[in-house]
Every structure is written in C-alpha cells, then in structure tokens.
Design a protein around this ligand. Structure first.
Ligand SMILES: [Fe+2]
Ligand SMILES: [Fe+2]
Length: 247
C-alpha cells in the first residue's frame, strides 16, 4: 500500500522524461562497464546526500511548526521537504538504473541541529543547510549538469537544480525574517557559528571529491573543480549575503 501511495505521489510531480517508464527504458549496456560503475558510486553518494537533506529539512519543518511560524513559511517548508523526497526518489531510480541497490549506505543519523530552543535550531539549520548548503548545492549541481551528456542524468540534474535554487532563497528569506527580532547576544552567537558551518561545508566538499575524475557522461567534477565552485560561491554569494544581514 505505501509503495503505491509513494509512487503515485512522486508521479504527480514528475515529467514524463523522469517517469518510471523512462527509467525502465534506460539501457546501461550502451556505456562501458567502468563508466557505469563510476557513475553508480557517484549517484549512490548523491542519494545519501539527498536523504540527509530530507532528514535535516524534516527536522527544520518540525521546529518551524513548533515555533509558530506563519502559514506561508510552513507551506514553503513543506514544499522543500517534498522536493527533497523527490530528489531521493530520483537518485534512487538513477542508482537502480545503473545496476545498484536501493539500500542506502552511509551515516545520516548525525543530522542534529545545534541549539537548546526551537528558534536556535531553526537558525542553525536555516544557515547551515539552506543558506550555505543549498546555495552551494545549486552551484555544484549546475556545474555537474553542464558535464552530464547522458539525457536521463541530465534531466534528473535539471529537475534538482530548479528546486535547490528555490531552497536557497527560502533559507535567506527565513533568515531575513528572524534577524530583526534577535537579541545582540543571539546575533553574536550566529557570527561565531558561521565560520564553523563554513568549515564543515568545506570538509564535506573535500570528502565528496571522489577519485578526481572529471569526465563521466552521468556528471562528474574533479576535486579541484569542486573546491573552485565552493570558494567562488562562498566569496560571491554566501559571505556578501551574510554580511548584509550583519553576520
Ligand atoms: Fe535536494
Ligand atoms: Fe535542497
């Protein structure tokens, strides 16, 4: 029963190019087996990342609800969670199409927001996962997508890119809403927290750099390219926006 509900729910939001039938038509034997193996590992890592996003943003939705945010903020947050569930599903389909399993390996349990109050946790996830994480994620997906020549992989990355940029904007909007009501010590705490969140993100980018391959029809970036995207994004997008808000 749940599988049927899940698949119908996903089908409502997905174009024909990303339907179950489209994935069923995919033929991995059109590519050399080494290419497919490399791509499968890369998409497994992406699946794990998207699942982490789904977990983190579900926690954010719960805290926003508990803190009594307005209906439009909650509605947008529900959309973000639904988007992440769709990204998980798309990555799962991609992994299966490339011959993998739907069992997710990797650590997701440590998605814990820092903070004793709901508001502090909202700030932590908004800044760490949305403002920093999603702004960077949109840049990275755009760079990977530019390299993806396989039509199915390209279509998946296009779908994800459109959502991730909305998620980043949602984060900045929530941070702008909260900032005026914060006390001076609360703002100081954020200014202290930001460098740590940026270091964590840098470590995640370095960790996911893979084996350095930058060419694969299913989308790839070398470690150096990932670092360059990260540094440009922090300098051009993230720092200026944080500074405008006083952080
Ligand atoms: Fe996502
Ligand atoms: Fe996202």
């Amino acid at each position: 029963m749940t599988q049927q509900v899940h698949l119908r729910f996903q089908a409502e939001a997905l174009p024909e190019a990303l339907s179950e039938a489209a994935f069923a038509r995919f033929d991995p034997s059109a590519y050399p087996s080494r290419t497919v193996e490399w791509a499968r590992a890369a998409w497994e890592a992406r699946l794990c990342d998207e699942y982490r996003s789904q977990v983190a943003l579900t926690l954010l939705l719960a805290d926003l609800t508990q803190e009594g945010f307005s209906f439009d903020v909650l509605g947008a947050a529900i959309r973000v969670v639904r988007d992440e569930a769709r990204h998980v599903e798309l990555c799962r389909r991609m992994v299966l199409a490339l011959g993998g399993s739907e069992q997710i390996d990797g650590e997701v349990a440590h998605v814990i927001a820092e903070g004793d109050t709901g508001l502090e946790r909202v700030l932590d996830l908004t800044i760490g996962f949305l403002c920093i994480g999603e702004t960077l994620s949109a840049r990275l997906i755009a760079a990977v997508r530019a390299r993806a020549t396989d039509p199915l992989a390209h279509a998946v990355l296009t779908e994800m890119l459109a959502d991730e940029s909305i998620h980043g904007q949602f984060g900045w909007t929530v941070l702008e809403l909260i900032t005026p009501v914060l006390s001076a010590p609360q703002r100081r705490a954020i200014r202290r927290r930001v460098p740590k969140l940026l270091r964590q993100m840098k470590a995640a980018v370095d960790d996911s750099a893979g084996d350095g391959a930058s060419r694969n029809p299913f989308g790839a970036l070398s470690g150096r390219e990932r670092t360059r995207v990260f540094e440009r994004c922090v300098e051009k997008d993230i720092r200026p926006r944080l500074q405008r808000l006083g952080y």
